[in-house]
Structure formats: C-alpha cells, structure tokens
Design a protein around this ligand. Structure first.
Ligand code: UDP
Ligand code: MN
Length: 298
C-alpha cells in the first residue's frame, strides 16, 4: 500500500475512536498524506469507540431498497445491523422504498427505530445505474428535512450487503470514505477514475487520492449535504450533455472526495467481498452479498 507518499504514522486522535494505534498494523497504510486516519482492525480500541454512546448522538443509517432488492436483501441487512451496527447507540434506520408495506418487521433493540421514507422517484427508473444515481438527489432532499434534523451523523449504505463484524463509533467522523476493495493495492495512476474531461466527475491523471466506494459513505449532516448536492449537480450536468461517468454516482463521489478530502477512511475490511479471495491484511468484514449479475436488478 504505497499510495500516499507523505504518509506518516503519528499518534492519531479523534473524538470517536480515542487514541489510535496505527503501529498495530505496520503492513498497511494507516494515515493519508492530509492527516486523515485510515481505520484498520487493531488500530482502534473498540471499548473506547463504544464510549461514543455517552455522547448521546443519533446515528442515521440510510439505505435504499427498491424493487427486487427490498424482498431479497433488506431483512438480512437489518437483522445483522441490529447485531453489529453502532450497538448501544441511538440509531434510526431510514429505508427509502416505493413499497413501505413490504418492509420487513425486524425486531429492533431499545433506542433503535426504523423510518420508511417513501421514494417514488427511485422506483420509476428502470436501469439500476439510475436507481443508484438518483440516490444522491434523494438523500440531499432528505438531509434538508426531518432526517437532517433528527440524526447527527449518517451513514449511507447499499442494501446488498450484511454486517458480519462490529461497526461502531470508530467509523464515525465529519466525513468518512470507504476504500474500494478492488483497488486499494493499485498504483494511483491506474485507478479507474473518470477521465473524460467533458464529465463533471473527471479527474486529471495527476489527480485522485484513493478509489472510494459509493456503497458506504458517511459523515455529519452538513458534510453530507455538501457531498450529495455536489454529486447530484454533477450527475445532472452530465445527463444534460448526454454523458454518464464510468462508474456512475461513484465517479462523482470520488471527484467530490478529491476536492473535499474525507476526515477518515475505512479500510476495505469494512466493506469486503469474498469474491476478492483471501488477503492476509483483511481481518474483519462487512460483507457484500454475492453478486447476481445474471438477474435483472430492480
Ligand atoms: N438499489 C435498489 N434496487 C435496485 C437497484 C439498486 O434498491 O433495483 C439500491 C440498493 O440499495 C443497492 C444500491 O441501490 O444496494 C446500488 O445498487 P447495486 O448494489 O446493484 O450496485 P453495485 O453495488 O453493483 O454498484
Ligand atoms: Mn451494491
């Protein structure tokens, strides 16, 4: 992992994780050149992270479950989130769907609630790329409403995955990006950023830090309002010009995080797929559901 040439390993501190122990994982990069910690298993103290609960924050977990994805993934996603996601904290799940009646009744722990956010617009899109892209606009609108007033920190995640390990306060910060599991070992110039200069998501060959994943991002309400509006505008501008960035909303997310550096990065351990195979440095996992590329999405 030699992506960040100025990487240092200082004693890092942040409000949620307490002292970090980057030296616990000498084989991986644990700090970006702009000073953001990269959270790997073993670099944080789960007990200290757990004490975030005393801060009495409401954490929102937003998830889109449209069409087939609602029946197929949501129940398992929620059940595993109950076991592993911010246990002991005040959590609100915001499920964006066109079919609130079909949202599974999962037993929730104390201080945990689920809100169905009716999302008709999403359902109209036939292509999964559009479902994925329209999320930015929908999230931005929601952040300006009740969701934005209720939650202090948010995490937006894909529904086609499940939690298989603790996902606690160590994953919170003003803005949080997820390292993409396929590319975290790649040389920077090979990373698949949008290179068509006409696209709003375009990055010059000399630009781009890491490849981040749209399936998991988070941060404060203010930071996410900025991020989502930036991406939604870029997506709209591209569409008006008949363009679509190579990795859709993910390309725009990457452009946005290039301009506004994330305050914290999560290692691929926080969003892993068994498709990658075994890697010595990957110790804990939020797993993707197996991909079913042969089936129509939605
Ligand atoms: N999604 C959905 N229904 C669809 C397509 C997408 O609910 O028909 C939502 C869902 O939350 C999904 C996310 O959009 O996890 C991104 O789509 P997908 O997971 O198929 O994209 P990929 O992970 O392959 O980039
Ligand atoms: Mn997905």
């Amino acid at each position: 992992m030699g992506l960040c040439p100025l990487a240092r390993m200082p004693l890092l501190r942040d409000n949620f994780t307490g002292p970090l122990h980057p030296w616990a994982r000498p084989e991986v990069l644990t700090c970006t050149c702009w000073g953001a910690p990269i959270i790997w298993d073993g670099t944080f103290d789960p007990d200290v992270a757990q004490q975030g609960a005393v801060q009495n924050l409401t954490i929102g977990l937003t998830v889109f479950a449209v069409g087939r994805y609602l029946q197929k993934y949501l129940a398992h996603f929620l059940e595993t989130a109950e076991q592993h996601f911010m246990v002991g904290q005040r959590v609100v799940y915001y499920v964006f769907t066109e079919g609130p009646a079909a949202v599974p009744r999962v037993r929730l722990g104390p201080d945990r609630r689920l809100r169905e956010e009716r999302e008709e617009r999403v359902a109209r899109w036939r292509r999964w790329q559009n479902v994925s892209m329209v999320r930015m606009r929908t999230l931005h609108a929601a952040l300006g409403g009740r969701l934005g007033r209720e939650a202090r920190f948010l995490r937006s995640v894909d529904v086609d995955q499940h939690f298989s390990g603790t996902f606690g306060s160590e994953a919170l910060a003003e803005s949080v990006a997820q390292l993409l599991l396929w590319h975290y070992r790649w040389r920077r110039r090979l990373l698949p950023f949008e290179r068509d200069a006409r696209s709003a998501a375009a990055l010059d060959p000399s630009e781009g830090d890491f490849c981040y994943q749209a399936a998991v991002f988070g941060g404060s309400v203010a930071a996410l309002r900025q991020l989502t509006v930036y991406c939604a505008r870029g997506l709209r501008r591209d569409r008006a010009r008949g363009l679509e960035a190579r990795w859709h909303d993910e390309s725009h997310l990457n452009k946005s995080f290039w301009l506004q550096k994330p305050a914290k990065l999560l290692s691929p351990e926080f969003c892993w797929s068994s498709d990658v195979g075994r890697r010595a440095e990957i110790r804990r996992q939020l797993l993707w559901a197996p991909k079913e590329y042969a089936l129509p999405r939605g």
